[in-house]
Write a protein that binds this ligand. Sequence first.
Ligand code: HEM
Length: 76
Amino acid sequence: FAQDDSLSLITETPAEGFELAVTLSQRGVATTQTDPEVRKSLRGAYAQDADSLINVSQVIAIHFQTIAAANDYWRE
Ligand code: HEM
């Protein structure tokens, strides 16, 4: 996972904001399950499960809402 400790919610574009939302989502997982071997062993299960993937998408979407608001929806 990306480990940029100078994380800011401010991004140049919505696409970068979405990338950040993915990073924050993955960091949530890595914070709660700190063992990379355990994460590795669970990867196949969620990657092959439609409901897990929908869940993952929802977590990303929640972070994206926060990021979009923090960036004032990238209004000019
Ligand atoms: C890979 C996102 C939950 C373990 C990935 C990838 C993405 C992603 C986009 C593929 C890109 C890459 O390889 O870096 C997410 C998001 C999650 C989530 C947004 C939930 C909010 C989890 C959970 C686990 C996990 C619950 C296991 C406990 C892994 C591992 C890989 C991976 C080990 C690397 C797979 C490989 O390189 O073969 N994740 N993930 N992730 N994820 Fe997740």
